[in-house]
Design a protein around this ligand. Structure first.
Ligand code: SAM
Length: 265
């Protein structure tokens, strides 16, 4: 590794998606990248077993929220990455899920490119996909849902976001970062015309130890989060596909389908 003071030294940065938690969901390319790292700059949600793929000699830098300080501001993270790349290091920027899904990967790519440095991106299993698979909850289904949308429950002003048409019959809405705003989310969706009895799932700590899959109806979402003491990280899935996510629910889904077919006949 070149010195941080060497202005001529050139390294590169690899943005790596670490998946939702379980190291078994890392891609082969992610593992290769980790093995080649001189420096790993990682988020808080990264499972320690994932970091074990980096060499013992690699410097591990957490930019996570700590009890006594907040997450490093994005500019400081960009500057940190760039400084190490300029010093000639292979920097792995390790992010939960996929770097380009609510991961600020786009901003980091722009910053590294603006500094004239090489960057590549290795996709990861986004938490919506990992959690849904674990809960046996198909996000699309030929009989139940032909579209799926991903939204952020907290970022950039919930009330300013236009979600109209994203949830309802025949569609699936997945909400990231929505635990603390769950009851506002339910109100917002119902105000947009989504039925109060639309099935909803809350998938907490997906693919990690102690993961939970909870199901309810939209009108009860805020109360469920309160009652069950749901903690971040969790995603919320809104749509009829939730009915398919376990054996008992599957029977309920068939009953709904049978009723609908009767109505249509
Ligand atoms: C800043 S976003 C990062 C998303 C990430 N880039 C991805 O593709 O999954 C963080 C949010 O992702 C979701 N999340 C991440 N890991 C999760 C997990 N293991 N189980 C449930 N939700 C998770 C939560 O909604 C959390 O608040």
């Amino acid at each position: 590794m070149a010195s941080l003071l060497d202005p001529e030294a050139r390294g590169r940065v690899i943005l790596v998606g670490a998946g939702p938690g379980d190291p078994g969901l890392l891609t082969l390319r992610a593992v290769d990248a980790l093995r080649s790292a001189d420096v790993v700059v990682h988020d808080g949600l990264i499972d320690p077993r994932v970091l074990d793929y980096a060499p013992d000699t690699a410097q591990r830098i957490s930019v996570a929220k700590k009890r006594d300080r907040h997450t490093l501001p994005q500019d400081a993270i960009n500057a940190l990455i760039i400084a190490h790349v300029k010093a000639g290091s292979v920097v792995v920027r390790l992010k939960g899920g996929d770097p380009f899904v609510f991961g600020r990967g786009g901003e980091e790519v722009e910053a590294v490119r603006a500094a004239g440095l090489p960057v590549e991106v290795i996709p990861g299993v986004s938490s919506a996909l990992g959690c849904a698979a674990e809960a046996m909850l198909p996000l699309t289904h030929r009989d139940w849902s032909s579209a799926v949308s991903f939204v952020a429950g907290t970022c950039k002003g919930l009330s300013e976001q236009d979600w109209s048409g994203l949830a309802g019959q025949g569609r699936t809405l997945v909400i990231y970062m929505g635990v603390s705003t769950a009851s506002m989310i339910a109100d917002k969706l119902m105000a947009d015309g989504v039925a109060p009895d639309m099935p909803v799932a809350v998938l907490e700590k997906g693919t990690l130890q102690g993961s939970r899959a909870m199901r309810t109806l939209l009108a009860d979402l805020g109360d469920l989060v309160e009652r069950e003491g749901v903690e971040s990280p969790a995603i919320i899935v809104v749509g009829e596909v939730v009915l398919l996510s376990d054996a008992q629910n599957r029977l309920a889904a068939f009953a709904v389908q049978a009723e609908r077919m009767k109505d249509e006949a």
